[in-house]
Ligand binder design. Structure first.
Ligand code: NAD
Length: 352
């Protein structure tokens, strides 16, 4: 990050954050900032819906509420920007924040297209230090963290395959398509598998089974990596039974898989059960909290988090998703063809 922002309020020495987007994720982030983020203040809540921005600002004790995101980014009393508005707004708002010299935590995806991701990448790579942290919060999840650490320790041997399952109860609406399962939902898996394995994707094959109704069918993806591994990703947005994320990393000497701890077990009617959450928020609550803390720490120290995703990671997820959509449409295996990684991001990785 570009060091402590010059706008920091001198007496409070707190980072004054504007949250843009007061929907599901914006609400979560605003609550984390208000309740659990030492060194940060919720300064402004912004949503195109005046009612939503005011209501969230009131609930979380923000200083102000607004409807114009670009005006908010320019405000003197805003030091840093958290973008939690809809996908189509991310690239423009990220570019506005970076242009204003303000650190930004942008919800995934970085942009709706790989081309738009590259615009952010190009702008940011002209700076001395990155200003954008991307909200691939699974990197802060304890289970995935252990998976990556185990690989670094080398006890499992060479990694061969990573199996991933991403299941939601029901898709957000009839407009949600299998393409969106690839471009929106699967972006978490594209990022986390690439992060755990530490390599790039070279190809992707996507197919889909037939459902008995008109809801978006699951998508099954198989990716090959530059180091000769296979990554399977199942995304099922209409799984019905609960929110369920699974992952298993298969190596030559053993395998490691995620454990989703539930808080309680229920014994009833001759059965012992654990409950699934209705959505992703309880499952990844701690990861969001740690991610936001890492962001504040990066702003304070001027050192980007070694764990968090950056703009280039956002581009890598987007380019895999675009190849995935083509594979689904054309029914063939498609090469993932990436631009060359700018030295700016390569050096950051080497320094980590
Ligand atoms: N990291 C994760 O696990 C995770 C999970 C869910 C969603 N997301 C991402 O978070 C973002 C928000 O998702 P959500 O589920 O909260 O959506 P949502 O629809 O509940 O909320 C989005 C809000 O953004 C507002 N908005 C749209 N354009 C705006 C603009 N120009 N300025 C200000 N406000 C604007 C909308 O009015 C809406 O209130 C999406 O990009 C989504 O992909 C991330």
């Amino acid at each position: 990050m570009g060091g402590a922002p010059g706008h920091l309020a001198p007496r409070e020495m707190t980072i004054r954050i504007a949250v843009i987007g007061a929907g599901i994720m914006g609400t979560d982030h605003a609550r984390i900032i208000a309740e659990d983020l030492p060194g940060a203040t919720l300064q402004v809540v912004c949503d195109i819906s005046e009612e939503q921005s005011r209501s969230l600002a009131d609930e979380c004790g923000a200083v102000d509420s607004e409807t114009d995101a670009n005006a908010v980014i320019e405000r003197e009393d805003v030091d840093a920007v958290l973008i939690a508005s809809t996908d189509d707004t991310h690239a423009d708002l990220a570019i506005a924040s970076i242009s204003a010299g303000k650190p930004v935590l942008c919800e995934k995806p970085l942009a709706s297209t790989a081309r738009d991701c590259l615009q952010v990448v190009t702008l940011e790579s002209r700076l001395e230090q990155p200003l954008l942290q991307l909200g691939f919060m699974r990197r802060f999840d304890k289970s995935y963290h252990e998976m990556r650490q185990t690989l670094e320790e080398g006890v499992m041997g060479r990694p061969l395959m990573m199996h991933n399952f991403h299941r939601n109860v029901v898709s957000p609406g009839s407009w949600f398509t299998s393409d969106m399962a690839i471009t929106n939902s699967a972006s978490h898996e594209f990022d986390i598998a690439r992060y755990v394995l530490g390599c790039e994707y070279t190809s992707i094959s996507v197919s889909t089974p037939r459902r008995s109704d008109d809801q978006a069918a699951p998508v099954m993806m198989v990716l090959e990596t530059s180091d000769g591994q296979l990554v399977n990703i199942e995304v099922n947005n209409n799984a019905a039974y609960g929110y369920d994320v699974r992952s298993e990393l298969v190596c030559e000497k053993g395998s490691v898989h995620l454990i989703s701890e539930s808080a309680a077990r229920y014994d009833l009617d001759f059965q012992s059960t654990e409950r699934y959450p209705a959505d992703w928020r309880p499952r990844f609550a701690e990861a969001y909290r740690l991610q936001n803390k890492a962001w504040i720490n990066a702003i304070n120290t001027g050192q980007p988090s070694k764990i968090a995703a950056n703009s280039w990671d956002g581009y890598c997820a987007a380019i895999a998703a675009e190849a995935g959509v083509r594979s689904l449409t054309e029914g063939t295996r498609v090469a993932v063809e990436m631009e060359e990684e700018p030295a700016f991001y390569r050096l950051l990785k080497e320094a980590a």
